[in-house]
Design a protein around this ligand. Structure first.
Ligand code: ADP
Ligand code: MG
Length: 226
């Protein structure tokens, strides 16, 4: 499903040049649940953003479903992402002015789904994340775990084949974090491929495989530097 070859991302400003990714080769198969781990600043978010077509590599190649997408321009990336990739962020990124159901519905509107079908799918997905009783509430009225479950509902309501999650439990206590991990685990069991960045060893136990990053490179878990 995912394959990268020599994936390199360099950020250049006038004074400094940062090599955020330095020749990353990874493969992810359909249905896997991957945890990306490594110290702060090692390039985890940069990698996830490229995999999610929010950014593109300075060098190297990225195949998604056998199509080379690393070279795509921003507009093409946005079009390609649509309906295929769901994103979950550490800080939930919900729209404060919209209710829970409106936040989720907005994604289906964006995907061009008709009104009657949208209504049904929003109800269905809110049931799945166990938040039907919160449909008319606003994000600030929910716990962090509930907000993240809304964000996950929004990410999956369009039925993407892959979910990319950047530290999805980073702002949650352990109870809320566990609820979010159980939900991701359930979605994976139903067939969604998941690539998740995490600092938490406990969260990583939900994954079927761990990819360790250090200084922008994939390293062996046994490596002393970790
Ligand atoms: P992680 O998610 O593992 O903490 P990041 O991928 O966010 O690491 O960052 C990797 C490196 O790239 C860091 O040194 C960071 O400062 C740098 N970096 C990330 N994004 C940018 C950007 N937009 N502009 C400049 N430097 C960046
Ligand atoms: Mg990060």
């Amino acid at each position: 499903m995912i394959r990268t070859e020599n994936l390199t991302r360099i950020f250049r400003t006038e004074e400094v040049e940062t090599i955020a990714l330095n020749g990353v080769n990874i493969e992810v198969e359909d249905g896997e649940f991957i945890a990306i781990m490594g110290p702060s600043g090692c390039g985890k978010s940069t990698l996830l953003n490229i995999l999610g077509l929010l950014d593109s590599p300075t060098e190297g190649k990225y195949w998604l479903n056998n199509e080379e997408v690393g070279h795509l321009k921003e507009r093409e990336r946005t079009a390609y992402r649509k309906g295929r990739i769901g994103f979950v962020f550490q800080n939930f990124n919900l729209i404060d002015e919209l209710t829970v159901e409106e936040n989720v519905d907005l994604q289906l509107k964006y995907l061009g789904v008709g009104k009657a079908e949208r209504k049904e799918r929003v109800l269905e997905i809110l049931r799945k994340v166990k938040l039907s009783h919160r449909a008319k509430h606003y994000p600030h009225q929910l716990s962090g775990g509930q907000q993240q479950r809304v964000a996950i509902a929004r990410a999956v309501v369009g039925k993407p084949s892959i979910i990319l999650a950047d530290e999805p439990t980073g702002n949650l206590d352990s109870k809320n974090g566990m609820e979010v991990m159980q939900l991701l685990s359930e979605l994976n069991e139903e067939g969604t491929t998941i690539v998740m960045v995490t600092h938490s060893k406990h969260d990583a136990t939900y994954a079927s495989r761990i990819i360790n990053l250090f200084d922008g490179q994939v390293v062996d878990a046994m490596n002393d530097q970790l």
